[in-house]
Design a protein around this ligand. Structure first.
Ligand SMILES: Cc1ncc(COP(=O)(O)O)c(C=O)c1O
Length: 446
C-alpha cells in the first residue's frame, strides 16, 4: 500500500465521520504551567565544558603565562615557523616531510584550481568527480598493494565514518587503549559492542577474542601504525596472525606512519615488508606527511565499493575533496615514492633526538623508529609550565595533558621534521635540562 492511497483512505473515513479529527493542542489536557528547566541546560555560559575552559584561562592568567595557542603563523610551518612575528623552532607541525610548502606540491594544487576551480560543486557520485580523485586512488592502492582505495574530504571524518559504516550493533570492535579519538567516534557511530585492550598487549587482545568472538557477527580490531602520543609501532604481523585465527577484520590507522616509517618511508607495509592485502582496512590522513587535508581508505574492491557507494560521510551526503587538496596529496605521494631520503631524515633526526634526550636522563618513553617523540614529565602543571618556558626560548611544542593522556603520563610531544637540524635538537634538549633544574614544585592545581 503506498502512502498516497492510505492517506486518501484516511481522508475518506474522516469525511464520512468515522474518524474524529485530532483536537487542537490548546484543548488537550496539557499542563499549562511550564516545567522548570535549570539554566544550566540552555545557557552555554553555565555548561560545565565552558567552566572547564574558563578555569584553564584563569590558571594561565594566575600564573602569568602567555597563551601560545591560536597564534597566527606567517609563511610555511615545518622545522621552524613564524608565530605572531617570532620565528620559533617548530616541534608541533604534522608536516613531517616539509612538503606542504614544496614548489612542486604548490604548483600541482594551483594547476588543479586553474583546471577545475576551488570546489567540485557537489558530491563525487553526482557531478563532483575529477581526474585527480581517481589518480590519487589508483596510486595509493598501487603503493600499498591493495585492490582499490577511496579518497575523502576529512582525515578525522574518513576514519570515523568508515568504522561507523563497516560495523553495526550486532558486531564487536576491539581497540588498543591508545587509539585516536576519530576511531572512538567511529565506534559510537557504529553502535557496536566495544572492548579496549591495554596498549600493545596482544595476549589481552587474544583473550577478548577467545571470550567474545562467537557472540558477534563482524569483529573489527583497531590499531595505529604509529601511536600519536607514544610514537611507538605495534607488532602488525602478530596482530594479522591473531585476527586471521579468529576470522576478525583488522584496520590500521596510518595517520602518523604513512610517509614516515619503513626503509622507504611508506608506512607499516614497508616497515614490516608485508603486502597491504594482509590488512583489511588501511586508513590514512592526508594532513600529516601528505601536507594537505583529507583522508583515504585502501583495501579490497568490495570494501571500497561499499564505502564509496553507501557509507555516509565518506563520499555520500558530503562534498568531494577539493581539486587542490587532492592534487597536492597526489603530488606528495609521488614525491614520497621518489625521495625516500626525506623519511629517512625524519627517522635519523628522531633517533638523534631520542639518543640525546636519554644521554641527559630525559624519558622518551616508548618512541622508536617514528617521527613522534614524547618527553615524559608525568605532571600536568610541569608539562604546561615547561611548554611555556620553551616557547619563551623560541621552541614550540605542546603539552599533552589529561584527559588526552592520564595525569601521571603528562608529557611534551615533539613532532620531528625532515628539516630539523642537529643544532636545533641540541638547543632544545639543553633548554629542557636547564628548565627542569629550576622548575617550580607542582601545586596539584591541574
Ligand atoms: C592517529 C590519528 N588518526 C586520525 C587523525 C585525523 O586526521 P586529520 O588531522 O586529517 O583530521 C589524527 C589527527 O591528528 C590522528 O592523529
Amino acid at each position: 500500500m503506498n502512502y498516497q492511497s492510505s492517506f486518501d483512505r484516511l481522508k475518506q473515513k474522516m469525511n464520512a465521520g468515522s474518524i474524529e479529527p485530532a483536537a487542537p493542542t490548546e484543548n488537550r489536557s496539557v499542563p499549562n504551567v511550564p516545567v522548570p528547566v535549570q539554566p544550566a541546560f540552555y545557557d552555554f555560559a553555565l555548561f560545565p565544558e565552558y567552566k572547564e575552559f574558563t578555569t584553564m584561562e584563569w590558571f594561565y592568567e594566575k600564573q602569568n603565562y602567555t597563551k601560545n595557542q591560536f597564534l597566527k603563523h606567517a609563511g610555511a610551518s615545518d622545522a621552524t615557523v613564524e608565530l605572531d612575528g617570532r620565528r620559533v623552532i617548530n616541534f608541533s607541525s604534522y608536516n613531517y616531510l616539509a612538503l606542504a610548502n614544496d614548489p612542486r606540491v604548490k604548483a600541482a594544487a594551483k594547476r588543479a584550481i586553474d583546471d577545475c576551480g576551488t570546489s567540485t560543486g557537489s558530491g563525487r557520485s553526482i557531478t563532483g568527480e575529477v581526474s585527480v580523485h581517481q589518480e590519487f586512488e589508483r596510486e595509493i592502492a598501487d603503493l600499498l598493494g591493495t585492490e582499490d582505495a577511496v579518497v575523502s574530504v576529512g582525515g578525522y571524518s574518513t576514519n570515523a565514518f568508515a568504522i561507523g559504516y563497516v560495523c553495526r550493533p550486532q558486531d564487536m570492535i576491539i581497540y588498543d587503549e591508545l587509539i585516536h579519538n576519530s576511531a572512538l567516534s567511529g565506534c559510537k557511530i557504529a553502535g557496536s559492542r566495544r572492548f579496549s585492550f591495554p596498549h600493545n598487549d596482544y595476549e589481552a587482545l587474544e583473550k577478548l577474542l577467545v571470550e567474545h568472538r562467537h557472540k558477534y557477527e563482524r569483529v573489527l580490531i583497531l590499531v595505529e601504525g604509529v601511536y600519536s602520543m607514544d610514537g611507538d609501532i605495534p607488532d602488525v604481523p602478530r596482530i594479522i596472525e591473531i585476527k586471521n585465527r579468529h576470522n576478525a577484520l583488522l584496520m590500521v590507522d596510518e595517520a602518523h606512519s604513512m610517509g614516515i616509517i619503513g626503509p622507504n618511508g611508506l608506512g607499516v607495509t614497508d616497515y614490516f615488508n608485508i603486502s597491504g592485502k594482509e590488512i583489511d582496512i588501511l586508513y590514512g590522513s592526508m594532513s600529516k606527511a601528505f601536507g594537505t587535508c583529507g583522508g583515504y581508505v585502501a583495501g579490497s574492491k568490495p570494501l571500497i565499493a561499499m564505502l564509496k557507494n553507501y557509507a555516509p560521510g565518506v563520499l555520500l551526503y558530503g562534498a568531494a575533496p577539493t581539486p587542490a587538496n587532492t592534487a597536492a596529496g597526489l603530488e606528495t605521494l609521488r614525491i614520497m615514492r621518489a625521495e625516500p631520503e626525506r623519511a629517512r631524515q625524519v627517522q635519523a633526526n628522531a633517533a638523534y633526538f631520542i639518543a640525546k634526550a636519554k644521554s641527559v636522563g630525559l624519558n622518551t618513553y616508548n618512541s622508536k623508529d617514528s617521527g613522534v617523540v614524547p618527553i615524559m614529565l608525568r605532571d600536568s602543571e610541569l608539562a604546561l609550565w615547561m611548554s611555556i618556558q620553551l616557547f619563551d626560548r623560541r621552541i614550540c611544542t605542546f603539552p599533552m595533558l589529561y584527559p588526552i593522556v592520564p595525569r601521571d603520563k603528562s608529557r611534551l610531544r615533539f613532532f620531528i621534521n625532515t628539516n630539523h637540524t642537529k643544532e636545533q635538537i641540541d638547543y632544545t634538549i639543553d633548554c629542557l635540562v636547564e628548565n627542569l633544574r629550576v622548575a617550580p614544585r607542582s601545586k596539584g592545581v591541574m
